[in-house]
Write a protein that binds this ligand. Structure first.
Ligand code: UD1
Ligand code: CA
Length: 459
């Protein structure tokens, strides 16, 4: 196949986004639009990838470099936006003399690699255009054809005649252009149009006049060629993107109660027989085993979940591993560094951070467990707290196997609750407990005779 350079035009400011963030850095599925386009572009294994940038350049560069640490891109600066033709001209010094150049836009995020591959297959030394048929072509450049149905030129909306405006075949702005003509074409562009811009679209007319074959391909879905100029369009493409991800999960066998009420802002994989209720959010990398049920309104970020786990509604789990047969929630919060080894129960209003919970242990109500290691067969009573922080440093709590912690116990770390210990409710534990013994630490209950009667009378 012909060797290909890819140029992504991304110098646009995006005034209508009403945002200080450069347009191409706005996100779809928690990934910047430019990141989407770069990822798709790389799937073509280009000779090189050139990004034309301008507005907010340094932020654009640094945020892309942060994501693509392994790749080296060429950055071409366009200081003033004189149009798409001028933008591509800024990339010329980096474009090879032979081969071809594929032009993409940084604000058209959902272009698919299969569409680009099809365009590449059509390329045969001439021009390949990506076009689309739109019921409402307003705003787009129109594809004008000659009597023989050959593409002749593109007319921008602002320059179009009344009859040209009726054309519903539009220019998506994506082309493959032969490098051997490119410099000549770009250097001879003129800006005598209604926008005083150097239109890249004018190279099509130049190719036509030179009798260079102009082929075209039509994208399978119109969302692939849709650009973002404002937040409405950004939200629209976010929904399209989410719907695609949800459909892929359904096709893979997951049960989603409503495919329009799931948000995947990263990657998720589901084993067999997983059920995801409405309004769940998945971030980072989430891996679900077989027979996992996720309750409504839950948020999972960078989580690995074993088989037969049930997450009840409104639970938040981040950077954690949940072992098989565990039961979590409703309203549980599992924070980074936590591992449930298996069969654990973590109930409502329980927060667990940086802790290991052993086999079949239960922490069911209103409890905080932080920087702790809990063995197997442990029961932590309601309202218990591992007091891990003294205002300066964090300390560890160790709860060994088969411990029973009575409700309302404060465990002042660093502290160890030895195996088989039973802690009386309401205790404050500051020292290692004796294994297989009852430890109680609280003032004895006393009755103060006559106190109530005396104080009541005073009122
Ligand atoms: C362009 C096409 C139009 C097509 C439409 C599809 C031209 C003249 N017109 O119009 O036929 O239907 O795209 O969306 O090409 N950019 C730069 N530097 C510039 C100007 C633009 O980098 O000086 C970048 C923008 O960031 C954007 C892309 O090029 O990613 C397209 O620019 P935009 O101004 O949106 O072009 P349109 O007027 O929409
Ligand atoms: Ca546009």
């Amino acid at each position: 196949m012909t060797k290909i350079n890819i140029v992504i035009l991304a110098a646009g400011q995006g005034k209508r986004m009403n945002s200080s963030l450069p347009k191409v850095l706005h996100k779809v599925g928690n990934k910047s639009m430019l990141e989407h386009v770069i990822t798709t572009a790389l799937s073509l294994n280009p000779e090189n990838l050139i990004i034309v940038y301008g507005h907010g350049g340094d932020i654009v560069k640094s945020s892309i470099d942060e994501v693509f640490v392994e790749n080296k891109f060429i950055w071409a600066f366009q200081d003033k936006q004189h149009g798409t033709g001028h933008a591509l001209r800024c990339a010329l010094p980096h474009i090879d003399n032979d081969g071809a150049t594929l032009v993409l836009y940084g604000d058209v995020p959902l272009i698919s690699s299969s569409t680009l591959h099809h365009m590449q297959e059509l390329y045969d030394g001439g021009v390949v255009m990506l076009t689309a048929q739109l019921n409402d072509p307003t705003g787009y450049g129109r594809v004008v054809r000659d009597e023989g149905f050959q593409i002749k030129c593109i007319v921008e909306e602002k320059d179009a005649t009344q009859s040209e405006k009726f054309i519903t075949e539009i220019n998506t702005g994506f082309y493959i252009l032969p490098n051997r003509y490119l410099a000549k074409w770009l250097n001879s562009l003129e800006n005598n149009n209604n926008q005083d811009e150097y239109y890249l679209t004018d190279v099509i007319a130049k190719a036509y006049r030179q009798h260079i074959e102009i082929r075209y391909y039509t994208a399978a879905h119109n969302y692939e060629i849709m650009g973002v100029n404002n937040k409405l369009q950004l939200e629209y493409l976010e929904r399209v993107h989410q719907c695609k991800l949800a459909e892929a999960l359904l096709e893979g066998g997951a049960t989603l109660l409503d495919k329009s009420r799931i948000d995947i802002r990263g990657k998720i994989s589901c084993g067999m027989d997983c059920i995801i209720d409405v309004n769940c959010i998945f971030e980072g990398t989430v891996i679900l085993g077989n027979n996992v049920t996720i309750g409504a309104g839950s948020l999972l970020k960078n989580v690995i979940i074993g088989n037969n786990v049930t997450i009840k509604p409104y639970s938040i789990i981040e950077d954690a591993k949940i072992g098989i047969d565990s039961l979590i929630g409703p309203f549980a919060r599992i924070r980074p560094g936590t591992e449930l080894t298996g069969g654990a129960h973590v109930g409502n209003f329980v927060e667990i951070k940086n802790s290991i919970i052993g086999q079949n242990s239960k922490v069911n109500h209103l409890t905080y467990i932080g920087d702790s290691t809990i063995g197997s067969g442990v029961n932590v009573g309601a309202g218990s707290v591992t007091c891990n922080y003294d205002g300066k440093n964090k300390y560890k709590t160790i709860i060994e196997d088969n411990v029973f912690i009575g409700s309302g116990t404060m465990m002042v770390a660093p502290v160890t609750i030895s195996h088989g210990s039973v802690i009386g409710a309401g205790s404050t534990i500051t020292k290692t407990t004796e294994a297989n013994e009852l430890t109680v630490s609280r003032a004895k209950q006393v009755t103060v005779k006559g106190w109530v009667a005396k104080h009541r009378d005073k009122k």
